[in-house]
Design a protein around this ligand. Sequence first.
Ligand code: OGA
Ligand code: MN
Length: 221
Amino acid sequence: MAGSGRLALGTLPWPGWVRGSGPAVLSRLRDAAVVRPGFLSAAEEETLSRELEPELRRRRYEYDHWDAAIHGFRETEKSRWSEASRAILQRVQAAAFSPGQTLLSSVHVLDLEPRGYIKPHVDSIKFCGATIAGLSLLSPSVMRLVHTQEPGEWLELLLEPGSLYILRGSARYDFSHEILRDEESFFGERRVPRGRRISVICRSLPEGMESGEPGQPPPAC
Ligand code: OGA
Ligand code: MN
């Protein structure tokens, strides 16, 4: 019957910003793929975008060759932040990471133009630990997670401006993640038109790299 699948999911106490291929995967990833809409206040969004804009504007959008993971983007690795932004990043750390986790020293800032998108990938386990936490600014977008061994298992995360997403454990290691391009940007049946989107991504260091490791991880993790 048309819509019965959605009705079945709709009866579960599931938040409106995570959809999945079925109740089992939703329940299994309940703590591993998390979206917190409205994590940032309007003032905090403004603080971050004002601080980032001049640094991003100096760079050009890149349109890499066909096998690159990210298209139509510019990015920076930022380690010096204003006090107001540091307070926001502290909140992200407290919300997403456990006290025992060390974060990469710089934060990854990714600016996707309206046609920009991120193809499915798993962040390199050489350079990133178990947890990835991202703030979204400016435009809503849809992040899709697909199990690398069982492509029938998937989740969709609706990332509104001001939201925080957290990928950890199985969601980070066993599923690819991607940001859908404008033409494919749907959350279920709901069209999510893409504009320019900035993400601010904090990652944990891989286990065993907490101290004394020579060299910095490369920008694209
Ligand atoms: C990445 C990535 C997601 C985002 O840069 O590896 O997956 O929210 N980014 O921009
Ligand atoms: Mn990634």
